[in-house]
Design a protein around this ligand. Structure first.
Ligand SMILES: [Zn+2]
Length: 322
């Protein structure tokens, strides 16, 4: 966003000067967004008898940064984006959240980024949930993949931290919860993560109904937690099975497939343990392919689902088109 915003501001300042307004004209973030929102911000599909609703939260148009992929250059990143038919002006990191409807019960998987709490070009989950005919008060269970802002800030209101789904049971791995909430954790976090750590420690220990999962247990009828560590210590995927169909909700395991499918060895700056994240990614994708499952991911192109195939030593991703 930064470079785009700067360019927009320069343009607006020149425009403002030309029309005699001085430099005080402000530009809304929507003006700077380069990626069109999906025409329809929700998409429904079935896994056996379970209904999946994909909800678009928004996008991070991430400026290129040599630190973004630990073992690839900006040029290599641009090359991978170009080969997948995407813009190379920035790294498009869309965000999709899914709701599972099982026997009439709605289960949210992660909570999106919350309004105005992550990127100015995101925070559309509530709007798209309403458009899909889902009532937030009916969300009584939230399966959480990990404690990064784009996955949990939708649980808490900006400024006050007031719970957005106060009656919901939150389910997460015991490992993730304990890592982020252990005494002294905030002090040990890198500077850029201290605010996140403080917020987690302020909100989650007070939450009415938190279930910590050890091992790979069934967390809802037909839904099993799958340990997928590396991106964070307790990152989880969720495997949905109904009838003879399966869907792997991979969350951030495969991150942005345009980059990680052809280059599964690439370690993202946000992969806390890079080598472990790579090993987890490869094992999960091999399993998805071997068992002929559909897969969805939080940062896959909307509607966030598709299939992987082997492509030599790497993978190829074919997205579902909304
Ligand atoms: Zn994420």
């Amino acid at each position: 966003m930064l470079s785009l915003s700067r360019r927009s501001i320069v343009t607006s300042t020149a425009l403002a000067a030309a029309v005699g307004l001085g430099a005080r004209l402000t530009i809304s973030p929507a003006f700077a967004q380069k990626t069109a929102d999906p025409v329809k911000g929700f998409y429904k599909y079935k896994v056996g008898a379970i209904e999946v609703t994909a909800l678009y939260d928004g996008i991070w148009e991430k400026p290129h940064d040599p630190a973004f992929i630990k073992n690839a250059s900006v040029e290599e990143t641009k090359d991978a984006l170009a080969k997948s038919g995407q813009t190379t002006d920035f790294v498009p990191i869309p965000l999709t959240v899914v709701v599972l409807t099982i026997n009439g019960r709605h289960i949210l998987v992660d909570s999106g980024s919350g309004g105005g709490q992550w990127q100015p070009t995101a925070g559309r989950l509530a709007r798209n949930m309403a458009a899909a005919g889902l009532d937030p008060s009916e969300i009584k269970t939230v399966l959480i993949s990990h404690f990064h802002p784009d996955h949990i800030f939708g649980l808490m209101e900006k400024g006050t931290n007031k719970p957005t789904f106060p009656d919901a049971e939150l389910i997460v791995t015991s490992t993730e919860y304990k890592w982020w909430t252990e005494p002294g954790r905030v002090e040990k976090l890198p500077e850029a993560r201290k605010g996140l750590g403080q917020r987690i420690q302020a909100v989650f220990p007070q939450w009415k109904n938190f279930t910590l999962v050890e091992g790979e247990k069934e967390v809802a009828p037909g839904v099993r937690l799958v340990n997928a560590p590396g991106h964070t210590p307790g990152h989880a995927a969720y495997l949905v099975a109904s009838g003879n169909q399966q869907l792997m909700i991979s969350n951030d395991t495969a991150y942005v497939p345009a980059l990680t499918a052809p280059h599964p060895d690439w370690q993202g700056a946000y992969d806390q343990d890079g080598p472990l994240a790579v090993a987890t990614r490869k094992a999960l994708l091999e399993r998805v392919i071997a068992e002929k499952m559909m897969i969805c991911g939080a940062h896959f192109p909307f509607p966030g689902a598709g299939v992987f195939q082997k492509d030599g030593a790497a993978f190829a991703f074919t997205p579902v088109k909304a």
